[in-house]
Design a protein around this ligand. Sequence first.
Ligand code: AMP
Length: 115
Amino acid sequence: MSDKTIFAKIIDGEIPADKVYEDEQVLAFKDVNPQAPIHILIIPKKPIRTVNDLEEADAPLVGRLFLVAKQLAARLGVAENGYRLVMNCNADGGQSVYHIHLHLLAGRRFAWPPG
Ligand code: AMP
């Protein structure tokens, strides 16, 4: 049985996704179960299970995720009103797919503290 995550399968084109951005290192696509009018997942193509698994050498890659989020927010017209970026880690963080991903949520007002 494959231990590939659903996101690795999306990267490899084995299952479809509604892609909104792609370059050599990063892919972004619409969340299949959106929690806001705009809900995009921005992922590295490198399979990294959790934030706990990040290494020093991954710093530029993680930075790229945020720069892509910024670009998408501008392109989608929500930069000015604002948006939320979230990366969940492990069970208590609410992580369900073990390939790191930055959630870009926008199009409504979010509460703080989060639930
Ligand atoms: P997390 O709970 O932080 O690990 O977030 C995982 C996210 O992946 C959830 O918001 C899911 O709705 C989303 N998701 C799961 N499978 C897919 C898929 N095939 N395509 C797009 N989004 C997905």
